[in-house]
Design a protein around this ligand. Structure first.
Ligand code: ADQ
Length: 489
């Protein structure tokens, strides 16, 4: 029967992430305007038709008054979003403090903040208390909206305490947790004062997912070494309770990029860019302006390439697009100035009256502009010092049907495990090696480029975001069924 009424109701999926996929701007006492921000997770879940997804998260704004909260809740309901209201103090301690100052750098092997290490250590306890409190606030909202049979999918390092909060309230809830960053070696995780409590909280979930097999292995070995639990091929076992641990590499909605390339809007921009950079090879970097993305290292490697390849100086241009993030944090302000300083120096050194070797933009690009840039690029440079996966590398490949350009990719990005055979892998810390790879990429013949491109294109178009989300949720459903069978036996 194909009729709508014959179809079983779709399973409800509660997606819990720190930020809702919308930007909210207050227009009046009780009116809000909302704009959906199209991140990877949003497009992944838009394409999943088997589930009826609802989002639970923070709207990114402080709404202290009840009238404003009520109006925002109603506006968000139309977008299937449910807000968690966090006050400024909690945001400061939980989000800026524990999440972004402690967990983010630690999980990317950057350690705890260097300059105010003592201050961080002193405020650690209060930040961790705020982290737990914030996670409990997310749990309270989930509990309020949960209906029996729902699947609850918790996302990222902001919500490591959430699985425990949810299971403490309702053992039967199906809870999955997925980490978008790397999970570091157990030697790194060991340094975290709250190391055991965080691991135990995550283990309360039924299914724990990572981008790569390596991150999953690091997590299991942290549980073994720090908690003394048994790691099995399936996951981690604690007193007969198994938490499944596995790798679920994320992908992109590749069709969205491929379709966009055919639109006249993108085609017009492609022609403009081709015209603008006629006679020069285009190299591209697209990153959030974050320490983990290795932007200064990338630009220094490009400088080294220009130093050693004088004949290329007027034949190549590097376009570096960097979206500023966390602009209120001194370390990030320092990074911005550092990048500007290096770019200025190199442009002064190698530029002419009419051209510069590096165009650096501190801003976000709209989707058609981004697609056009990817399409005209000859060599993409993704040189993250660490990166959970890195979707920019996937997006570049999806837009390269015509050019078959080369991807230079950091071996410390999760994407190296999936796109490694097609990309030129580099150690981003080794500037000489990256400079040599730039030379190799620019000189690479059409046959080799085509072979490498097809390898990656096949991967990117078959391992999509939709497939990632469907696989995780169906594995979570299966895990719970298997656990129930084990208990009955
Ligand atoms: P991010 O660190 O944000 O994500 P990434 O995976 O590269 O990193 O995704 C960035 C997204 O932002 C891409 O979709 C890209 O197109 C977009 N973007 C970046 N710069 C832009 C610009 N200047 N203008 C417009 N758009 C821009 C985290 C982890 C990653 C992991 C993802 C998904 O750090 O490792 O791959 O989550 O799990």
């Amino acid at each position: 029967c194909d009729k709508q009424e014959c179809k079983p109701p779709r399973q409800r999926l509660l997606v819990v992430a720190n930020r809702l996929p919308v930007s909210a701007v207050r227009r009046g006492e009780d009116s809000w305007s909302l704009e959906i921000s199209a991140g990877g997770l949003v497009s992944a879940l838009l394409g999943v038709n088997d589930f009826e997804a609802r989002w639970i998260g923070w709207a990114g704004v402080n709404v202290p008054d009840e009238v404003g909260q009520k109006a925002l809740t109603e506006a968000l309901a139309e977008k299937r979003c449910i807000p968690v209201f966090l006050d400024e103090e909690i945001v400061h301690q939980y989000y800026n403090g524990y999440c972004n100052n402690i967990l983010w750098p630690l999980f990317h092997y950057l350690g705890l903040p260097q300059e105010d290490r003592l201050a961080t250590t002193r405020s650690f306890q209060s930040q961790f208390a705020a982290y737990k409190k914030a996670n409990q606030m997310f749990a309270d909202v989930v509990n309020k909206h949960y209906e029996e049979g729902d699947v609850v999918w918790c996302h990222d390092y902001h919500l490591m305490f959430l699985p425990k909060c949810l299971k403490d309230h309702n053992r039967k809830m199906k809870v999955g947790w997925f980490l978008h960053t790397p999970f570091p070696s157990s030697e790194i995780h060991r340094t975290l004062p709250s190391r055991s409590e965080l691991l135990r909280s995550v283990l309360a979930a039924d299914l724990v997912g990572f981008h790569t097999y390596d991150y999953a292995r690091h997590f299991v070995s942290a549980c073994t070494r720090i908690l003394g639990l048994e790691g099995t091929p399936e996951g981690v076992e604690d007193q007969g309770k198994l938490t499944r641990v596995a790798a679920f590499p994320i992908g992109i909605d590749s069709d969205r990029f491929i379709r966009a390339l055919k639109t006249s809007e993108v085609q017009v921009r492609i022609e403009e860019l081709k015209d603008r950079f006629k006679g020069r090879k285009v190299m591209l970097g697209v990153d959030r302006l974050d320490m983990i993305k290795g932007i200064p290292q990338k630009i220094l490697a490009f400088e080294k390439f220009l130093e050693e390849n004088t004949d290329w100086r007027d034949k190549v241009v590097l376009l570096q697009i960097a979206v500023p993030t966390r602009t209120d944090v001194p370390e990030y302000q320092k990074l911005t100035s550092q990048v500007h300083e290096i770019v200025g120096r190199i442009n002064g050194r190698f530029g002419t009256l009419t051209t510069v070797p590096i165009h650096h933009l501190d801003r976000s690009l709209d989707f058609p502009a981004l697609c056009a840039l990817y399409a005209v690029t000859d060599v993409a440079l993704v040189t993250s010092l660490r990166d959970g996966m890195n979707l920019v590398s996937y997006e570049f490949v999806a837009c390269q049907d015509a050019k078959k350009g080369v991807l230079i990719l950091s071996e410390f990005a999760g994407a190296a495990q999936s796109l490694g055979a097609g990309a030129l892998l580099v150690n981003p810390w080794n500037i000489t090696e990256v400079a040599k790879s730039i030379e190799r990429a620019l000189k690479m013949g059409a046959e080799e480029r085509e072979k490498r491109h097809w390898h990656n294109f096949l991967h990117v178009t078959t391992h999509t975001a939709q497939e990632w989300a469907e696989t995780f949720v169906s594995e979570l459903n299966d895990t719970v069924v298997e656990a129930e069978l084990r208990i009955k036996q």
